[in-house]
Design a protein around this ligand. Structure first.
Ligand code: TEU
Length: 557
């Protein structure tokens, strides 16, 4: 364990690493299984750190690895200062942090401040105590409405479907914006505020480089507890922003993060916060990254955008303007453990164009062209990695993994499946364990069967099958990450006018040259501009033209 806390030497550097970092998201349960129980773990992560170093990413973000009954894949935390036994021990975590640092990789952990698990000792104490007790004040307990309190305190709905309130046998109701096993903390209570600042210190003292903040936009609730109203469109997984919404993106949530920033600033080494906040407007999102608050926030605008040149350009400009106006870098995301993988989204043959829409997750009946999806996904990756700012790679993106749309119903583990009365299949399709090798019971994920079945044709998508193979998605990522690392450190971007179906921008490279990124989102080839050299392309070029759904980085003349 490294104690890097210092007050004398905590001045941030002029260009901290996180402004341009590529951060690899590890969904721990599905990354690599070190002990053969079918579930990914810290031992698995440790064994694959050299792979991540060779891939060329700067940091890893690990989804929650804390003790958890796993009602929501670990986003129901029972103890914020320990490790889930299925995943390992605190000593394993310390060893992993040290080994990652030795390989030049930073480590971001996931913090879940909106809610705990119902198994958390505070919630257990609240259940054991009486209505109105101190123990209940750490969560949000309220009497019900109606003659006998039989109606929920408000009409709020859970993000996973169904009411956001559950009633206890003693008549009190408690709030859970997600599953009933995830009771919301009361962030008006100073004990909660102090507890989380202490948890941050616990992990900062162990040497972590930062935190991804789960549902950062939900902590504060309107204390008058008003109804949302009948036309609530944000009910299922579609948060809309405040400041007038009873719980999404309220203005007072920022107090919390000003406090957190003060904690992080006590530590040397440019520690990072990245907020997960599904707010629609870039300007509302920018509030989270104002000076004195968080460093970065996930920018989900590309996730939501269709495969369309105009829409993407508007999205890129809007995001850069908003974060630039407060001096923060933007971030770019194509996929994560909550959304349909982009190799599948971009292969949709319906009208969504590959943008995530809340109602329309890709399912077994969605018309799909997987080859088209992969082609576009590879082009999108080159676009993402050419943009100034920080970029996120979700495990398996670098292998071109698709969503598994046909998981058998009896293996579905996402609470959305149950909560929606078996109408929404949920997010398991993007959480299927990684294929590392061509053979083996779980393609090298572990020594036994994996907790979710992998499609048979994933043998050829395995890291082993792609390593060293020219033109593979893995080698495309490695090449692009190497070039980005060698050439692209600034935050400049200049658009170049090209046919409307395409996008092109140029960046100043460290060696004084200019690098152009051209993406063809249309169906006809687009002529290449004057260039000295093709640096990397997502697919074969057609002499001096860029084929449809292809991207290229050029050293410009
Ligand atoms: O997700 C927060 C969240 O709001 C998501 O429900 C999001 O709106 C949705 O997935 C978009 O499709 C975070 C975690 O990333 C998620 O895995 C957890 O289930 C959730 O918080 C609760 O902790």
């Amino acid at each position: 364990m490294s104690d890097e806390k210092t007050t004398a030497d905590s001045t941030p550097t002029a260009t901290p690493w996180w402004r341009t970092a590529v951060i690899y998201q590890i969904y721990i349960r599905s990354f690599a299984d070190g002990d053969g129980d079918g579930i990914g773990d810290i031992a698995g992560i440790r064994s694959r750190l050299p792979y991540l170093r060779d891939l060329g990413v700067d940091a890893i973000w690990i989804t929650p690895f804390y003790p958890s009954p796993m009602a929501d894949g670990g986003y129901d935390v029972a103890d914020y200062r320990d490790i889930e036994p299925l995943f390992g021990t605190l000593a394993d975590a310390d060893a992993m942090i040290g080994e990652a640092h030795d390989l030049g990789l930073r480590v971001i952990v996931d913090i879940v401040p909106n809610h705990s698990s119902d198994h958390h000792r505070w919630f257990q104490a609240a259940l054991a105590a009486a209505p109105g007790s101190k123990e209940r004040e750490r969560y949000i307990f309220r009497p019900g409405r109606g003659a006998n309190g039989e109606l929920a305190p408000t009409d709020w709905e859970s993000a996973f479907g169904g009411p956001a309130w559950t009633r206890l046998p003693d008549g009190d109701w408690y709030l859970h914006l997600f599953a009933p096993e995830q009771p919301d903390f009361d962030w008006e209570n100073p004990e909660v505020v102090a507890e989380f600042e202490d948890i941050l210190r616990f992990w900062l003292d162990r040497g972590v480089d930062g935190f991804r903040i789960d549902v950062a936009n939900a902590l504060k609730k309107d204390q008058s507890f008003p109804d949302v109203g009948a036309d609530d469109e944000n009910a299922v997984l579609a948060p809309v922003e405040g400041p007038h919404h009873p719980f999404w993106d309220r203005d007072d949530v920022h107090e919390v993060y000003r406090g957190w920033r003060r904690v992080a600033d006590e530590y040397a080494g440019d520690r990072l916060f990245v907020a997960e906040a599904w707010v629609d407007s870039p300007d509302r999102l920018a509030k989270y990254v104002r000076p004195g608050e968080l460093h970065t926030a996930f920018n989900f605008n590309i996730v939501r955008a269709a495969w369309d040149a105009k829409e993407l350009r508007t999205t890129i400009d809007g995001s850069r303007e908003a974060s630039g106006s407060v001096g923060a870098p933007t971030t770019w995301v194509l996929s994560n453990h909550d959304v349909t993988r982009h190799a599948t989204r971009y292969g949709r043959l319906d009208s969504t164009g590959g943008g995530v829409t809340d109602e329309a997750r890709v399912g077994p009946d969605t018309p799909l062209d997987p080859a088209l999806g992969l082609k576009r996904a590879r082009a999108a990756s080159l676009l993402l990695l050419a943009l100034p700012g920080s970029a996120y790679v979700y495990q398996g993106d670098e292998l071109g993994l698709p969503e598994v749309v046909d998981l058998p119903e009896d293996v579905l583990a996402d609470p959305i499946w149950e909560r929606s009365g078996h109408t929404l299949r949920g997010r398991d399709g993007c959480r299927v364990p990684i294929p590392w090798t061509r053979t083996g019971p779980s393609f090298g994920f572990g020594t036994g069967e994996a907790w979710l079945p992998q499609p048979a044709d994933w043998a050829e998508l395995s890291a082993e099958a792609q390593k060293g193979v020219e033109g593979s998605t893995l080698e495309l990522y490695r090449q692009a990450l190497r070039l980005r690392h060698d050439l692209l450190h600034g935050e400049d971007l200049e658009w170049v006018e090209v046919p409307a179906q395409a996008l092109m921008f140029r960046r100043r490279a460290d060696d004084g040259s200019a690098v152009g990124c051209l993406v063809n989102l249309g169906s006809e080839p687009v002529p290449l501009p004057a260039y000295d050299k093709v640096l990397v392309a997502s697919g074969p070029l057609d002499d001096d033209a860029l084929p449809a759904d292809t991207a290229v980085w050029l050293r410009l003349s």
